[in-house]
Design a protein around this ligand. Structure first.
Ligand code: NAP
Length: 247
């Protein structure tokens, strides 16, 4: 690999927003480590399309909630990239929705383990290679639900709010090493995660949205590329990409 080429690791990059992130970082000249949990075939397709356009990418399977798998993920990615890591996007995430009264311990743990602990494990592993270069950018995919709450999503909202705290703590801890840490809070973005919304909910949301449409995964990805490549004085921010949903 060209030692001058920046390297980005995107978790959950086989589909949805993660796929758009992988394609956008490749377009911006990064070698991309495409992490996937279950979607090996989809991740291989993402890698195939990056390579077909002249880019550099490889797929790396790992469950981000499992510390041993995250250790292996980072040792494989860093061996591939010759120990270089410029960008980490903690994008992998799940929902297990239920009203709090009926929310099971398992659904709580599964969501917190994947969305919050997974991001911490990956960020912790990214710090060393970033410190060595005295440069790095970590982005945590939070959600407007982590800022505003949502009935039926106590576990998801807590995990996404937790990512905001994690972002602020790491931004303070790592700023002196020139490692920037920010959180992104998407609103309703077209993906498998929002496909499941029923039509009545969809219509009500569209009425509330000043921009009158859901967002596209590429619109989240473009912001992340901007933060990583064009925003050297931005750290410790939570940036909403929500079409004005909060207004
Ligand atoms: P999605 O289409 O459901 O994709 C979720 C991704 O997370 C998949 O690539 C999946 O990979 C990966 N993943 C899940 N568990 C994993 C694990 N244990 N280890 C590794 N990867 C794992 O969702 P999306 O809409 O693209 O969401 C991406 C991120 O944005 C999530 O963090 C989500 O909470 C956040 N977000 C989305 C929206 C929205 O409107 N879509 C809004 C706010 C925030 P595999 O299929 O390979 O398992």
């Amino acid at each position: 690999m060209n030692p001058d080429q920046p390297v980005a690791l995107i978790t959950g990059a086989g589909r949805g927003i993660g796929k758009a992130l992988a394609l956008a970082f490749a377009d911006a000249g990064h070698a991309v480590a495409v992490n996937y949990g279950r979607s090996a075939e989809a991740a291989a397709e993402v890698v195939g399309s990056i390579v077909a356009s002249g880019g550099v990418a490889r797929a790396f399977g790992a469950d981000v909630a499992d510390p041993a798998q995250v250790d292996r993920l980072f040792s494989d990615v860093l061996a591939w990239s010759d120990q270089r890591l410029d960008v980490l996007v903690n994008n992998a995430g799940i929902t297990r929705d239920a009203l709090a009264l009926r929310l099971s311990n398992e659904a709580w743990d599964e969501v917190l383990d994947t969305n919050l602990k997974g991001a911490f494990l990956c960020a912790r592993s990214a710090i060393k290679p970033m410190m060595k270069r005295r440069s790095g950018c970590i982005m945590n995919m939070s959600s407007v639900v982590g800022l505003d709450g949502q009935a039926g999503q106590a576990n998801y909202a807590a995990s996404k709010a937790g990512l905001v705290g994690l972002t602020m703590a790491l931004a303070k801890e790592l700023g002196s090493r020139n490692i920037r840490v920010n959180a992104i809070a998407p609103g309703f973005i077209v993906s498998d995660m929002t496909e499941t919304l029923d039509q009545a909910v969809r219509d009500a949301l569209l009425q509330r949205l000043p921009l009158s449409r859901f967002g596209e995964p590429a619109e989240v990805a473009d912001l992340c590329v901007f933060l990583a490549t064009r925003a050297p004085y931005v750290t410790g921010q939570v940036i909403r990409v929500d079409g004005g949903l909060h207004l």
